[in-house]
Ligand binder design. Structure first.
Ligand SMILES: Cc1cc2nc3c(=O)[nH]c(=O)nc-3n(C[C@H](O)[C@H](O)[C@H](O)COP(=O)(O)OP(=O)(O)OC[C@H]3O[C@@H](n4cnc5c(N)ncnc54)[C@H](O)[C@@H]3O)c2cc1C
Length: 530
């Protein structure tokens, strides 16, 4: 007889900071299964260098942090959410410390705080320049000690199981019963049933040709929620990090913003400093302004990159403060204590995502979203540096507390759920089509929907993405699924959502900049909701 599918209290897709932090909080109320698409530590969280923002010093105030967040968000942050997150952040930092994460200290004076672009104060807690890795490993270790938490690797959520599919006569919004999940090693699709399903699947940098993100950042959670009918918001606000290492063999390596906080300046090949022409804060201006300035200078000079220069700083201090960047650059023959680092902007962080409230609730009953995949109202039109790790902990905590109250009132739904139907699909023998479409979407997005946009280019991109989507859907329906094909289907949908949102916003605000509407317009002082 066939075994019945696993039934879990909390099914969490994602083993980054959001998923792991949620699990550690929710395990007090029930059993948690965490799915990771690849290895448990293949995440954006592992890659975070700079740190996590929180008011912890006596010379800083909540009001300062709130104001800096609102200023970066260019009018679209939800003030109530910003206040809630900023004032809760110190408690979440304490939780991280309880889970075993160590932040650098400054003798006995407290934390060694860094300053990053857009922050009026030093308030970034860090573990050298490998904060994300320290958090990732610390949280995984804590989860392994907890008998109520199970982490399963190589499991890719494909789509939600919705009661409406099982019972088409149901009236009202759908309820999530769990998810169909691809075991990426056996290529079988497994049914997982859950009381609550939580999407913590991270960002979508892979929609673009150049990105600081890891290879699995394909916006799966957003695509899954959208296909199920949930609203998504603010997808045009994709932040480009100004400084990724420019080297033919360096893939996705970011040069932390904290380096500019420590006095590094952006220069042209001839040594000329250029940021002071663009913003009074010079190289410490907010990210969107720095990324656009670099884009403009590269177009003006026809060069492939600009340079970040920290050679004026004491070499020993640089090596101690930025050991990760120092070692990595040295591997590529660049000694950052002696020569400027070649850098280019790259797609980095998605401010938009699945629309949620302060406990992570979505439009689909029993479906929650936390971390970078969610749009909570904290970031508005532009994220303040290092607010994202903080956001993930705050909303994971809120979500777990809320579900802790709900669990005793929420039974498993007794519906007969059928297994995934592979149909009469055959194995794809033309993977070249998938590889080609991957490349085409990412190039199209980089060239037509990048740092500086125009209506004409966006319309061209929209037309092209529709054609590609038809092709991909045909492929999806005709062939047995695998990770590459599923991710391609997801980035195609993400691309469409970004293009539609960018076309709707006929103004320039925060990270969204269009040549046709270069000014802000109060008529667009609202979220873009699809
Ligand atoms: C290079 C870099 C540097 C950064 N530096 C900072 C910083 O200094 N400070 C800061 O605040 N933020 C920083 N960020 C942003 C921050 O790291 C992320 O926003 C944050 O880590 C996101 O956490 P998350 O848990 O939402 O997602 P992630 O950490 O990306 O985890 C996503 C998880 O979802 C899983 N997953 C994805 N799709 C599926 C699927 N279909 N099925 C099952 N599982 C799936 C993945 O396997 C992974 O486990 C940086 C980002 C990058 C890329």
């Amino acid at each position: 007889m066939k075994a019945s599918p696993p039934r879990i209290d909390f099914l969490v897709a994602g083993s980054g900071i959001a998923g792991l932090f949620f699990a550690l909080k929710a395990s007090a109320f029930g059993k948690v299964t965490i799915l990771a698409k690849g290895k448990a530590d293949s995440t954006a969280t592992s890659m975070a260098q700079g740190g996590i923002a929180s008011v912890t010093s006596a010379s800083d105030t909540f009001e300062n942090h709130i104001q800096d967040t609102l200023t970066a968000g260019a009018g679209l942050c939800h003030r109530d959410i910003v206040e809630m997150a900023v004032t809760q952040a110190p408690d979440r930092i304490q939780d991280l410390i309880t889970y075993g994460i160590k932040f650098d200290r400054n003798g006995s004076d407290g934390f060694d705080l860094a300053r990053e672009g857009g922050h009026s104060q030093k308030r970034i807690l860090h573990s050298f320049d490998q904060t994300g890795n320290a958090i990732q490993q610390g949280l995984i270790h804590a989860c392994h000690q907890d008998p109520n938490i199970n982490i399963v690797e190589n499991q890719m959520a494909v789509d939600l199981i919705l009661d409406k599919k099982v019972n088409p006569n149901k009236i009202g919004s759908p309820t999530a019963l769990g998810a169909y999940v691809l075991d990426t090693q056996s290529n079988q699709v497994i049914t997982y049933l859950a009381r609550f399903t939580i999407l913590a699947t991270g960002g979508a940098g892979k929609v673009y040709l150049y990105t600081s993100n890891w290879d699995g950042a394909t916006g799966d959670g957003i695509a899954i929620a959208r296909r199920a009918g949930a609203r998504v918001a603010n997808m045009e606000f994709l932040q480009f990090h100004p400084t990724c290492l420019y080297h033919p063999h360096a893939r996705n390596f970011l040069i932390t913003e904290a380096m500019r906080g420590e006095g590094a300046t952006l220069k042209l090949e001839n040594g000329e400093e250029f940021m002071s022409k663009y913003h009074p804060l010079g190289s410490l201006a907010p990210r969107d302004i720095v990324a656009r300035a670099i884009d403009a200078e590269m177009k003006k000079t026809g060069k492939d990159c600009v340079f970040l220069d920290i050679t004026q700083k004491n070499p020993e201090e640089t090596r101690q403060r930025f050991p990760g960047v120092y070692d990595r650059c040295l591997k590529f023959g660049i000694d950052i204590t002696k020569q400027p680092i070649p850098v280019v902007p790259a797609a980095h962080y998605l401010c938009g995502g699945i629309l949620t409230d302060k406990v992570g609730r979505t439009d689909i009953s029993r479906l929650f979203a936390i971390g970078e995949t969610a749009c909570t109202g904290l970031h508005g039109a532009n994220r303040l540096a290092s607010n994202s790790l903080m956001e993930a902990t705050v909303f994971a905590h809120n979500c777990a507390q809320y579900l802790g109250e709900q669990i005793s009132k929420t039974d498993f739904l007794n519906l007969l759920v059928s297994d995934w139907d592979p149909g009469d699909t055959t194995n794809p023998d033309e993977m070249i089509v998938v590889a080609h479409n991957w490349d085409e979407i990412r190039r199209l997005m980089w060239n037509y929907v990048g740092i500086v946009r125009s209506t004409k280019r966006l319309e061209r991109a929209k037309h092209r993405i529709r054609v590609l989507q038809d092709e991909i859907n045909e492929y999806y329906l005709n062939y047995r699924v695998n990770r590459d094909l599923l991710e391609l289907r997801n980035i195609a949908l993400l691309a469409e959502l970004i293009i539609d949102s960018a076309l709707w916003r006929k103004e320039s605000r925060g990270i969204h900049y269009t040549l046709d509407y270069p000014e802000q317009n109060v008529a667009y002082l609202k979220d873009t909701i699809i």
